[in-house]
Unconditional design. Structure first.
Length: 436
């Protein structure tokens, strides 16, 4: 079954190949979270659930039974309900689950306790997500108890409960061409938003007004929601890593750091640009910016197959430490400062993270105790930064309140990398030319 070019049945097949014999997979959907008695938060499907099904409704459960003769793929979902659909919108019902989403069988979610034991009985292994907030543990215990109660009638109780996460995380970590089309599109829309914001920002504007430029562009581009809460921080707010208030006035002479990315068809982008609220960078801002940009360039050059993921991190630490020593912001020998971690006064986060359906996407960073090597199809962010909080003591005043991060989304290719967010300017000259 395909939707937006994605072959969900192939994904289920690929996952099935990784299972032990006689296994059943259970995956639960997200639920709707109510905001008050009359309004809900926007629904966002669980990424694992969507990855395997493309089924975008709450109150649903997937059962995948590769070694069964019948009912290999079963969806439990809400019933059609003309009254509720009139108020809340379309439901696929069991008909849609079969005809549109390729289930061999579909049942009402209200029948899950009745039907599920018959789907689990006789299987040896049950895989499910042990980390998902949409846990199915409660149901699972109940269903297993029901099977156990019937052993004298010949029921066989599954023996092993196994984590689905490690298998699915690895599949999700390597993106295929269809996923990359969506991620490129997310990157394009996000870059368009950064360009619009760089063009339209003016002193006196509020951070939330600049945020509106992003949301406008995201939604107009077909991305209804940001992939995470947008960070729009002017002046000293740019030094607060997860700043979300976005309610201060932007002042001439300050920089504004915007970390904002849209989610397009369940795939995230995650892009940061830092630019002047007025027309130009000040001398001090430029000096810090050039260090971050150099760290970004050198770290990005390390993103290629066979390189360990950590190399980009180490490179960024070295460039930033040496740059800050040159400016007199760090004192001593680079090696010593790095060994003692003293650079983290100004650069206190990692170089980046996996990116995909979730902004901090799934996948291990180490394998057998070693930082893993990069492989074609992995997508990750490169996001070095320097943050000089205005409350820092023993720092010359001219540097205070400067916070700079430059973040891009990189796909590891056969020969190196492709920057999915290349359209948003990074060089000082290119940014300033948008400000004139
Ligand atoms: N926007 C979250 C991050 O950069 O990791
Ligand atoms: Mn990031
Ligand atoms: Mn970010």
């Amino acid at each position: 079954m395909t939707a937006k070019g994605i072959d969900f049945s192939l994904r289920r097949e690929n996952l099935s190949k990784l299972l032990l014999d006689d296994s059943v997979i259970l995956v639960a959907s997200s639920s709707i979270k109510s905001r008050n008695s009359d309004a809900d938060f926007p629904f966002r499907q669980d990424s694992n659930f969507y990855y395997l099904s493309g089924f975008n409704e709450p109150e649903s459960l997937l059962v995948i039974r590769p070694s069964a003769k019948k009912r290999k793929y079963v969806i439990f979902c809400r019933d059609r309900d003309p009254l509720r659909e009139q108020w809340d919108g379309f439901r696929s019902g069991q008909g849609g689950a079969k005809e549109v989403h390729g289930a061999d069988e579909a049942y009402s979610i209200s029948l899950v306790d009745e039907v599920m034991p018959s789907l689990l009985e006789g299987a040896r292994n049950i895989y499910y997500s042990m980390s998902s907030p949409n846990g199915i543990n409660v149901g699972l215990n109940k269903w297993l108890d029901q099977i156990r109660a019937n052993t004298r009638q010949g029921s066989e109780v599954p023996e092993n409960l196994l984590s689905l996460d490690s298998l699915l995380d690895e599949l999700r970590l390597l993106k295929d061409e269809e996923e990359l089309l969506l991620m490129r599109k997310a990157g394009e829309i996000t870059c368009e938003a950064h360009i619009r914001a760089m063009t339209n920002v003016t002193p006196g504007m509020y951070e939330y007004q600049l945020e509106a430029e992003y949301l406008h562009t995201f939604i107009k581009g077909g991305a209804r929601f940001p992939a995470y809460n947008s960070i729009v921080g002017g002046g000293n707010n740019s030094c607060i890593l997860h700043y979300n208030e976005n309610n201060s006035e932007l002042a001439d002479g300050d920089l504004v750091l915007v970390d904002a990315g849209c989610e397009y068809e369940h795939y995230a982008s995650d892009v940061t640009r830092t630019f002047p609220v007025g027309k130009k960078f000040t001398v001090e801002q430029k000096k810090i910016y050039e260090i971050v940009l150099e760290a970004h360039k050198q770290a990005s050059a390390e993103i290629k197959p066979g390189n360990p993921w950590i190399r980009a991190q180490d490179t960024s630490v070295k460039v930033i430490t040496e740059g800050l020593i040159d400016l007199g912001l760090l004192k001593g020998k680079a090696n010593e400062i790095i060994k003692k971690g003293e650079y983290s006064k100004f650069y206190m986060h990692r170089i980046g993270h996996w990116l995909g359906m979730d902004v901090h996407d799934v996948g291990n960073y180490k394998k057998n105790g070693q930082w893993r090597d990069l492989e074609p199809g992995m997508v990750l962010t490169i996001e070095p930064g320097i943050y000089i909080l205005d409350s820092l003591e023993d720092v010359e005043e001219k540097w205070l309140g400067i916070g700079i991060r430059i973040e891009d989304d990189l796909l590891v290719t056969e020969n190196g990398n492709e920057v999915l967010s290349a359209n948003a300017p990074r060089d000082i000259q290119d940014i300033e030319s948008l400000r004139s």
